[in-house]
Design a protein around this ligand. Structure first.
Ligand code: CTP
Length: 138
């Protein structure tokens, strides 16, 4: 059994997330996703989400490529998670290129190409532009 793990916020679940999860899952037999808690996002990543943690977990758990969802509440937990779940491959999008190379002492580390022209941030920006446009049209 080959286990793959990845981490992220996954706010406003979009096709870039789907592509990443599908590719990650294809690298093994089961995919574990560490979902950043609201506190971790706020205190460590300096961002807030539209979709609260519990809902992001439900969305991810319903994705056919995801076998298990766990909370991500610290940067340091990755080493423990890799050992606990006997992870073979650690995967992140290539916006994180090089950031987790030290984990290669424990398992294979792979950075996958991001899907172009989509992100949670760009969706939020598009939403605020649309809201403004609608306000002006009223
Ligand atoms: N990801 C990807 N392609 C995208 C967006 C995200 O492959 N277009 C990947 C990231 O590289 C990461 C995972 O999906 O491995 C979760 O990313 P996350 O930060 O939740 O998504 P973003 O849309 O990049 O969010 P934000 O705009 O808040 O940074």
């Amino acid at each position: 059994m080959k286990t793959v793990i990845t981490y992220g916020t996954f706010d406003l679940f979009h096709v870039g997330h789907v592509n990443l999860l599908k590719r990650a899952r294809s690298l093994g037999d089961r995919l574990i996703v560490g979902v950043s808690t609201d506190e971790f996002n706020l205190n460590e990543k300096g961002k807030t989400t539209i979709v609260p943690y519990e809902h992001r977990v439900k969305v991810l758990a319903s994705c056919r490529y995801v076998d298990l969802v766990i909370p991500e509440h610290s940067w340091q937990q990755k080493i423990d998670d890799i050992r606990k779940y006997q992870v073979n491959t650690f995967v992140m999008g290539d916006d994180w290129q090089g950031k987790f190379d030290e984990l290669s002492a424990l398992c294979e580390v792979k950075y996958l190409p991001r899907t172009q022209n989509i992100s949670s941030t760009s969706i939020k920006q598009a939403m605020s532009v649309l809201l403004q446009l609608n306000r002006e049209l009223q």
